[in-house]
Design a protein around this ligand. Structure first.
Ligand SMILES: [Zn+2]
Length: 175
């Protein structure tokens, strides 16, 4: 590991996102159920920390905000429904720390994914989950993309995904 990575020069520092394993499993389950193995689905990940260090504490599925957004088989989120998202964030004093959506096969970005970030703010993190979120999905299976503005992204795949995304195993807790 080095302190200077010439591949990720940016005005913003490198964002990092932590998700507890149980929450991650809940997100995958939600994505799986809403996609039904036949269509893409997605979620906004909500949490704390808008800067470099973020922690996901919950999520909201896209189709709970925009009921029609999965009808085409891929995600097509109507901008009018962002108001509901901001209401949720403000009610719970959370921010959008990332988004995640599924693809039928691999976790590569589509042209549309690159051209239309769900949140058009540099530093935004987009996760792409392969296989409609079926099967065991570990951090190295996920496509992790950090938005740099002007339709540019930095890609973190395979072992590099852990530079941005940490799925934390946790001790069993009694809720
Ligand atoms: Zn996509």
């Amino acid at each position: 590991m080095s302190f200077f990575n010439p591949g990720t020069i940016s005005r913003a520092s490198q964002p990092r996102l932590r998700i507890r394993a149980t929450l991650w499993q809940q997100i995958l389950q939600g994505l799986r159920e809403r996609g039904g193995g036949v269509r893409e689905s997605g979620a906004f990940l909500l949490g704390t920390g808008e800067g470099a260090e973020r922690m996901a504490t919950g999520f909201v599925l896209y189709d709970d905000l925009d009921p029609n957004c999965l009808n085409e088989g891929y995600v097509r989120f109507d901008g009018r429904y962002y108001g509901r998202l901001w209401e949720l964030c403000s009610r719970d004093a959370l921010s959008v720390v990332a988004d995640a959506h599924t693809h039928p096969h691999g976790p590569g970005q589509s042209h549309s994914d690159r051209a239309h970030p769900m949140i058009s703010i540099p530093g935004h993190i987009a996760l792409i989950v392969p296989n409609f979120a079926h099967g065991p999905i570990s951090a190295t299976d996920i496509g992790v993309y950090v938005y740099r503005g002007r339709h540019c992204w930095t890609t973190f795949r395979g072992n590099r995904a852990s530079k941005v995304l940490t799925i934390e195993a946790e001790e069993l807790e009694i809720q």
